[in-house]
Design a protein around this ligand. Sequence first.
Ligand code: C2E
Ligand code: CA
Ligand code: CA
Ligand code: CA
Length: 279
Amino acid sequence: AKTRGRNSIHYFTENMSTDFLKRMEMIDDLRTAVEQQQFHLVYQPIVDLRTHQITKAEALIRWHHPQKGMISPIEFIPIAEEIGLIVEISEWIFNQVSQQAHEWRQRYCANLSISINTSPVQYRNEGKLVKAWADSLIAQGISSEAISIEITEHLLMENQAEVVEALEKLRQQGITISIDDFGTGYCSFSYLKNFAFDYLKIDQSFVQNMSIDNNDAALCEAIIVMAGKLNMQVIAEGIETEEQKQLLVAAGCTLGQGYLLSKPLSVADFEQLLIKQNQ
Ligand code: C2E
Ligand code: CA
Ligand code: CA
Ligand code: CA
């Protein structure tokens, strides 16, 4: 046992230092990525499950590292949040998305709305940042309906009062708000009592188990009914099979997103989809 203990300590410290070095390297790489604009955005359609009409999409960030290839946002967003670099990255996302949405609304789809994922840091200082966003939209002559904001329950957990106040300002200016990954946090329901969201996104873990687990199906159905009563529209995330889609439609869900409907698309591919939709 003694030997094993010593080995595991050795293993642990060694592991810790590689983790530490990896982290330092990631931080370095992230700073370079911002300087050299190594990021781009993809757009995943959010579809009307009955008509297949597309009037919404979610913007998702992609990082193509020149040597290491694609790095998932699940890996780098949390680190960008910790070191505060997310503020700069989000500024860029917001400008990209609002201009893109504006252009597509004028050319192909007058009621298009594109949602942006946001992080807790962006709501600090009485929501100064988000307020500046809304003002810059208006200054550029872009409709507030072109943009929608997604927040997670984790974000609300950090500082509910401050976040809710900032969101309230955005909503007054006509920007719609979604609660993302609904059902994965610790006390989802209390947030719904304190703030009126426009959209509720059912987390993909529920959707994907719908056809194999009766509990997940029951939860999805209950969430859809509840959202309706609270005047929120439901968006089901991560729809991968026809069966999941049918079950959701039967439960009264009208909007969905997932690989069955479309993967996240490049600007050019999303534009083709909008053009085809107009023909
Ligand atoms: P999320 O906001 O929940 O985004 C949905 C994720 O599910 C995306 O992964 C999307 O590509 C993926 N997805 C869509 N349909 C399906 C499906 O049918 N099956 C499966 N298995 N997955 C599907 P992605 O793009 O890797 O993003 C992961 C997470 O990273 C996002 O989760 C979000 O939390 C974060 N993220 C992505 N882009 C941004 C961003 O621009 N800003 C911030 N702050 N976070 C972002
Ligand atoms: Ca999201
Ligand atoms: Ca989500
Ligand atoms: Ca998620």
